[in-house]
Write a protein that binds this ligand. Sequence first.
Ligand SMILES: NC(=O)c1ccc[n+]([C@@H]2O[C@H](COP(=O)([O-])OP(=O)(O)OC[C@H]3O[C@@H](n4cnc5c(N)ncnc54)[C@H](O)[C@@H]3O)[C@@H](O)[C@H]2O)c1
Length: 380
Amino acid sequence: MDSALLRINNISGHMTRSCPMRREFGGQQFQQQGTAWSLINSGPCVGRASPIKVLVTGAAGQIAYSLIFMIASGQMFGPYQPIQLHLLDIPKMADALKGVSMEIQDGAYPLVHSVLCSTDVQSAFTGVHVALLVGAFPRGPGMQRKDLLKVNVSIFKEQGEALGKYASRDVKVLVVGNPANTNALVALTKASELPPQNFSALTRLDQNRAASMVSDKVGVNVDNVSNVIIWGNHSLTQVPDVTHAIINNYPAAGLTSPALSTINDDKWVSESFMPLVQNRGAAVIAARKLSSAASAANAIVGHMRDWLMGTKQGEIVSMAVISDGSYNVPKGLIFSFPVTCRNGEWSIVQGLKISQSIQQKIDITTKELQEEKETAFSFL
Ligand SMILES: NC(=O)c1ccc[n+]([C@@H]2O[C@H](COP(=O)([O-])OP(=O)(O)OC[C@H]3O[C@@H](n4cnc5c(N)ncnc54)[C@H](O)[C@@H]3O)[C@@H](O)[C@H]2O)c1
């Protein structure tokens, strides 16, 4: 399909439109005070807000079918930030992509100023400020892990090069397509013009799954559970860790309790909680005959919102980012760490105590990532 620009609103006209109403999401104020990325307009904005270009790859796929509409409604960048959507998929999905763009148009979203639908990498990546790399080649029946890696290396190599050549120099990249950590590493390696800190991979879905399980176990609402950590790879070797998790407003409003002592059931933590989080993706596939999509989209929104708007005071989230050697993880792996975010930058939380049993599991996921890296780099 030739690139087609669907103009939903007149971009040059947006300056004169009145500012969208302030909205709140999930009962919380959207932005953290004074912590947003400089490109995001996080306050009432008439006449000031320039649209940011947001790329979604795999835009005709399942996750994108939830994600794009969450972005369009302001859930990722807030109610004051206009956007120009760049949607990329492969040529055989061109008709489906056209259908998605028709639905965006029919949604009449005030924040969406234009939609570019494309099957051409260069036009899709040009000038983008945020790149959500969702599209990837799925594992087919009988396909070996190594073969899957090979196909995906070729996709993320091309997309990394395109980021380096055509994207905004500020671009923030989130890789979702699996194997997400290693795909992100490939893209980052091929985009040597860009800072490695601009790349991340998604483990927020694992974090959300873990927080939900803890909230069920303790009997509190999920927004009272914070600082659950996912270490390592977005795979079966990931390490869900509740050692530093907190239950807020428990046992009474205004109080906090450590999750481990509140749960008070070590057997549940090691024998139920950890394997359930690790295997949750497979359980959803078994039930739905399709992989997690709406929950993945919600996790992508949470990851980007925290990265660009800032994490709440005292809150730790998990993002797979380039290792700087923290916690003895070898430098140069994309590894899920506990982070906080401010002004569009993440920082790895330092000095957390790691138990021996968690350390053993971190060693296993580290080894898996090193092996994936070696295999992937042999295809570069
Ligand atoms: N990291 C996570 O937490 C997480 C969670 C859920 C799913 N995933 C992964 O996200 C990916 C997408 O999942 P989905 O359910 O939307 O899959 P899907 O198969 O429904 O959609 C994928 C889309 O990507 C497109 N695509 C393939 N190659 C492409 C390329 N080179 N350029 C652009 N588009 C391309 C496909 O045509 C398809 O439309 C999968 O790899 C899945 O395993 C990751």
